[in-house]
Design a protein around this ligand. Structure first.
Ligand SMILES: Cc1ncc(COP(=O)(O)O)c(C=O)c1O
Length: 451
């Protein structure tokens, strides 16, 4: 493809800015944008994407355009109930006014930092996180994505302990950059990039005995881990809830061997499970908490690695030993401060518990009606999974739901499960509607298979 002249590219940027400025498009204008985006995806993003997102990529391609509360709208003006919540990003809902205002206030002053002067919002947010979290967690390093929060946690744990090995669990998902991918468990994602970080071990999820024996052997051979990293409830593995003694048991082993206990709260955290942190359910304080997704209030990307003094103090002598230019920017920090304000003021944890109860009751009834299709329903708060007999049947239900304008999605590690993870602000009316769409979609799939 020949390089274009700068005049041509300039003209395309101007056309693009017009599309960004538009509040809505109709007729030929709308068709032109859809055709253009289909071409750009195929030629410049990834041709596999529109095929992968089958439901959204058909002739009448559903392209997202605007969002509000617990719904979003495509360019064609069709409204969808969001039962996916950006995989845990939209806990405060879409475009929450408190978050928008904080971001707009900061945008009007200075969006990104000088990277040299002292940045107020970062400090305010770090203090709020320390005050709101359990135990002695108090110092925070800010980044932008979940995987960066995990990378930071690995480095902090190594600095604190002088060790280089890590333990994670079968079924875990911790991200896809080189360090976090070492801890992610699915061969499909790891295989092409092996060998990753040396000395990582995966242990059976929920099995304390297996964990203890692994640590004992690692101790014997002189390879004690710097950290044990766990998802308090596995998200991408289809909402797997461990036995109640498991997380307190990890704490005990970490204390015995001076290992950093790292909670990956990237998806399960921020009120999603009915608690500010999913680990709070057990009244246990980790040494490090990695958070992301919902921390930015659904408006800005921000992630955080919150540490005890012991876990963080390796960073004191040289605060630039680990750094990133744009992480924890003034605008992103403003969004996070507003997000925590909304979570506390509107009791989003309480809302998640209540709404989760309504969903679970409805889903259990639906499961009883379609035993050849749905085999399990499980969850805590609004972190819920429906498990199907196989991935293809689950996809058929997702497809029917999408056609009825309710968005849900599968899971990266466990293809048989479909997650229900809506904004925690979802209304009762939309819960009822979503449940009736699930029921109807299961009925259509049942009929199609002649059951
Ligand atoms: C538990 C968990 N950890 C880490 C990540 C990685 O986050 P990101 O996609 O923002 O890098 C995810 C993403 O889904 C996640 O669910």
């Amino acid at each position: 493809m020949p390089r274009k002249s700068f005049e041509e590219v300039l003209a395309y940027t101007e056309k693009s800015l017009k599309w960004i400025e538009a509040q809505g498009l109709e007729g030929e204008e709308m068709k032109e944008l859809i055709d253009e985006i289909r071409w750009d995806y195929d030629e410049h993003v990834n041709p596999g994407f529109l095929e992968y997102r089958k439901a959204a990529g058909e002739d009448d391609m559903a392209m997202e355009w605007s969002a509000n509360g617990d719904t979003f709208m495509d360019l064609q003006g069709r409204e969808y109930i969001d039962c996916l919540g950006g995989f845990g990003v939209y806990n405060c809902g879409h475009r929450h006014p408190t978050v928008l205002k904080a971001v707009a206030d900061q945008l009007a002053k200075q969006p990104l930092s000088s990277a040299e002067l002292v940045d107020a919002n970062r400090a305010l947010l770090a203090r709020i996180l320390a005050d709101v979290s359990p135990g002695d967690l108090k110092y925070t390093f800010f980044t932008s994505s979940g995987t960066e929060a995990i990378e930071s946690s690995l480095k902090m744990a190594t600095l604190a302990t002088g060790r280089h090995h890590f333990i994670a669990f079968e079924g875990d998902f911790h991200g896809k950059t080189a360090g976090s991918l070492s801890l992610t468990s699915k061969a499909h994602f790891r295989g092409p990039f092996l060998p990753l970080l040396q000395g990582t071990r995966h242990v059976k999820f929920g099995d304390l005995d297996h964990l203890r024996k692994t640590v004992e052997v690692m101790d014997y051979v002189g390879e004690l881990p710097a950290a044990i990293i766990y998802e308090p409830i596995q998200g991408e593995n289809g909402i797997q809830i461990p036995p109640d003694e498991w997380i307190p048991g990890i704490r005990k082993i970490c204390d015995e061997y001076d290992i950093m206990m790292v909670a990956d709260e990237v998806q399960a955290g921020m009120c999603r499970t009915g608690y500010l942190f999913a680990t709070d359910y057990y009244d246990v304080a980790p040494d490090i908490i990695a958070m992301a997704k919902a921390l930015g209030g659904g408006v800005m990307p921000i992630s955080a690695c919150l540490c005890t003094k012991r876990a963080f103090e390796g960073m004191f002598p040289d605060p630039l030993l680990h750094s990133t230019t744009t992480g924890g920017s003034p605008t992103a920090s403003a969004a996070a401060i507003a997000a925590i304000n909304v979570m506390l003021k509107e009791d989003l944890a309480g809302k998640a518990r209540r709404a989760g109860g309504i969903f679970m009751e409805g889903l259990n009834k639906i499961m009883g009606k379609y035993p050849k299709l749905m085999t399990d329903v499980r969850g805590r708060g609004l972190f819920i999974a429906m498990e199907f007999v196989d991935g293809d049947l689950g996809y058929e239900v997702v497809y029917e739901m999408f056609n009825r304008r309710v968005l849900v999605s599968g899971s990266l590690i466990n293809a048989k499960t479909i997650r229900i993870e809506p904004p925690l602000t979802i209304t009762d009316e939309h819960i009822e509607k979503a449940l009736s769409v699930i029921d109807e979609s299961c009925a259509v799939v049942y009929q199609k298979h002649g059951w």
